[in-house]
Design a protein around this ligand. Structure first.
Ligand code: KG4
Ligand code: ZN
Length: 333
């Protein structure tokens, strides 16, 4: 069963064809990162205009790479939220147009759910994927530019929100810290790169929020800003390493804690920040529960994860009509 996935929630225009929810036949991404980098962040109006320019070629490339015809497809999955309204609209309208023209079933996918489903995609680098299939119940840590959520997943499409950030998302904190240190945009990869040449020698606060599964990253962000403003930072590399460690220590500790408490079988890492090597290694090392992490390219925004999620939605009979609309503030649970 081949599903075409379409993703335009933020600044990547993406299309992919995935078979049976696990095998990637194609995964095309047109990134706008260079266009937004000159503004130091995403400009929504610019993003939606770029999606309009890129979407048709990207869908055509995904179909061609997968050597798939419209009649080979079993359905179309498209991100409906959360995300930027103008950006989401481009993907949703293209998906509806194709579904209508080709008589294909359509399903609307929650972007965060998509990030979790990146863990179902078989990585070509892993041995057969035998022991790497997600098993319920599981806890997923979703860390992206807009979210830091801890979610209990008891079955396909069954989510319980256990914790969330009370202020900045982890990715957002990385982006802001990077700006503070003059390391550029997007901040996550810039901080990670700079941290490689530094040591985490600078003391920064951790918000443990004991007794809750919630996160808070505005304190560590502001602490870093104060140190920079008062001229106390002599090495951006050390500052980057210290900041990275402060954020990741909290993410890892709280994730392992809640996964043990809930006696789950697995921990799944998801979202753009999941591509951070320290986070991946630290979590795997410190968790007594098996941890699954998507391949790097599947952590940041892509359409293969949307197609994978769409496959399981179709399996569960979740088909949407052509009245499907965007929901910019869509929640997972
Ligand atoms: O999931 P994603 O691609 O888009 C959203 O749904 O938001 O996540 C983007 C976020 C950005 O804030 C970016 O700085 C962060 O993920 N990120 C990273 C890394 N790569 C991307 N954060 C830390 N380390 C990285 N290597
Ligand atoms: Zn995302």
């Amino acid at each position: 069963m081949k599903i075409l996935g379409i993703e335009t929630s933020c600044d990547e225009t993406a299309a992919a064809v995935v078979e049976d929810g696990v095998s990637i036949l194609s995964n095309q991404i047109a990134s706008q990162v260079e266009i937004h980098a000159r503004y130091g962040g995403i400009v929504p109006e610019v993003a939606s205009r770029q999606h309009i320019l890129a979407i048709i070629p990207i869908v055509e490339q995904a179909m061609a790479e997968a050597e798939t015809t419209w009649s080979d497809l079993a359905g179309i999955a498209v991100t409906i939220g959360p995300g930027l309204a103008g950006s989401l609209l481009v993907g949703v309208n293209v998906a509806k147009a194709i579904a209508s023209a080709r008589g294909l079933p359509l399903t609307g996918v929650n972007h965060l759910e998509g990030h979790i489903y990146a863990n179902w995609l078989i990585s070509p680098n892993t041995e057969e994927g035998i022991d790497l299939i997600p098993r319920f119940p599981l806890v997923s840590l979703i860390v992206s530019g807009g979210h830091s959520d801890l979610v209990l997943m008891r079955g396909h499409g069954d989510y319980v929100l256990l914790g969330r950030t009370r202020d900045d998302a982890a990715g957002e904190a990385f982006d802001k810290a990077s700006r503070t240190l003059g390391l550029g945009y997007p901040g996550g990869p810039a901080i990670e790169q700079a941290a490689r040449n530094g040591t985490p020698a600078i003391q920064l606060p951790r918000a443990w929020l004991k007794g809750t599964n919630d996160f808070s990253f505005s304190g560590v962000k502001t602490a870093l800003l104060r140190l920079v403003e008062s001229g106390q930072i002599s090495s951006a590399a050390d500052a980057a390493a210290s900041f990275q460690e402060a954020v990741i220590e909290v993410l890892v500790t709280k994730t392992v804690e809640v996964a043990r408490e809930r006696r789950v079988r697995q921990i799944l890492l998801a979202g753009g920040v999941a591509s951070n090597e320290l986070l991946r290694q630290w979590l795997v090392k410190s968790s007594p529960i098996p941890v699954l992490v998507p391949e790097l390219v599947l952590c940041t925004d892509n359409a293969a994860m949307i197609a994978a999620c769409g496959y399981y939605r179709f399996q569960g009979g979740k088909v949407d009509g052509l009245g499907l609309d965007v929901i910019p503030s869509l929640k997972l649970a």
